[in-house]
Write a protein that binds this ligand. Sequence first.
Ligand SMILES: [Zn+2]
Length: 161
Amino acid sequence: MCPTRLFALIAACVVAAGCAVEEESDSNNHGFGFEYEAQATNGLTLRNEPDVVEPIELAVLADIYDQTQACTGISMPGPFVIVMAEQVDEHGQPGGQFSGLTFYGPPLVLITQGAIWTSVAQHEFVHYLLDQSGFPRERNEVHDSPLFTECVHFCGLLGCT
Ligand SMILES: [Zn+2]
């Protein structure tokens, strides 16, 4: 039982956590390269950057991706995810205000290590799955889909909503 007001609050939290969608394309995966450390059976590929203090485990992240696929009803091979040590700007460069960033072509998801990374990952996976399913990018960029509230759960001191 989740009142609309709570959803609004959760949405506000996620927005506060920060997110941007970047469409730029280049031949080197938006400057990040394609080197990865592990790939899950659902296709999700993971790299923790060397300066990350709290590396995210592949199995944990792959599980979150599976849950997001089930919730959205969209099934796609998982994205390439890079865990960053600090927040990034809209181009994925360190020192910005975003905890998560999704590039479209080629698909790449950046998430910042830390306490809120689970909900940030869910949020970015919704961006990714919507784009892969052909959802209009201009609507995706402004979070114009109920999936951003239905399939993103804020996890705090009281557990996950
Ligand atoms: Zn977003």
